[in-house]
Design a protein around this ligand. Structure first.
Ligand SMILES: Cc1cc2nc3c(=O)[nH]c(=O)nc-3n(C[C@H](O)[C@H](O)[C@H](O)COP(=O)(O)OP(=O)(O)OC[C@H]3O[C@@H](n4cnc5c(N)ncnc54)[C@H](O)[C@@H]3O)c2cc1C
Length: 137
């Protein structure tokens, strides 16, 4: 895995000419650059296909009174609730970068939690909890 920065083209500084990449090592959940692994890769076109990197910066969070985790997700408890009353969080916004199956399962379970919050009880299915993790082989 590597981090990247764009370098401008020598003939047209307004266009990308290369990527500067560096290997990273995961330490305590964070990517740490590995010294001495920097290299350039020539490029005419760069397509970014990044997963969730954090919820988009927005005044909404402060207005609602919710906080973000150090990884940029919305903090939530084990009943899908964010820190503000009546605010629930499911999918990438709460779990961080993940897969569609998790977003679907979390959405269903979160709907059950919202139903219980509004009605006092629920009969909706809750296939996962916020701390559920993939089954390991
Ligand atoms: C490039 C790429 C490839 C991927 N490939 C796969 C794959 O092959 N298989 C797989 O399982 N997963 C894949 N994923 C991950 C998958 O897309 C996500 O895990 C999933 O979409 C998360 O669903 P979600 O509903 O939590 O969030 P999202 O799908 O991100 O939905 C959030 C929605 O909220 C909207 N929104 C944001 N802010 C506001 C606001 N202030 N007001 C109103 N609306 C707002 C956004 O526009 C968006 O429509 C990929 C992700 C990326 C980026």
């Amino acid at each position: 895995m590597s981090t990247a920065a764009f370098l401008p083209s020598a003939s047209d500084p307004g266009r990308v000419g290369a990527l500067l990449v560096q290997e990273v090592r995961w330490e305590q959940g964070r990517p740490e650059p590995v010294a001495g692994t920097e290299r350039e890769i020539r490029a005419d076109l760069v397509l970014l296909a990044m997963g969730f990197t954090a919820v988009a910066d927005s005044p909404l969070f402060e207005q609602l009174g919710v906080t973000l985790t150090e990884r940029g997700a919305v903090a939530r408890d084990d009943t899908w609730r964010a820190e503000a009353d009546g605010v629930f969080v499911a999918g990438d916004a709460g779990r961080g970068q993940s897969l569609i199956v998790w977003a679907i399962a979390e959405g269903r379970a979160c709907a059950a939690a919202v139903d219980a919050y509004l009605m006092g009880e629920t009969r909706l299915p809750a296939p996962v909890v916020p701390t559920s993790r993939p089954l390991s082989a």
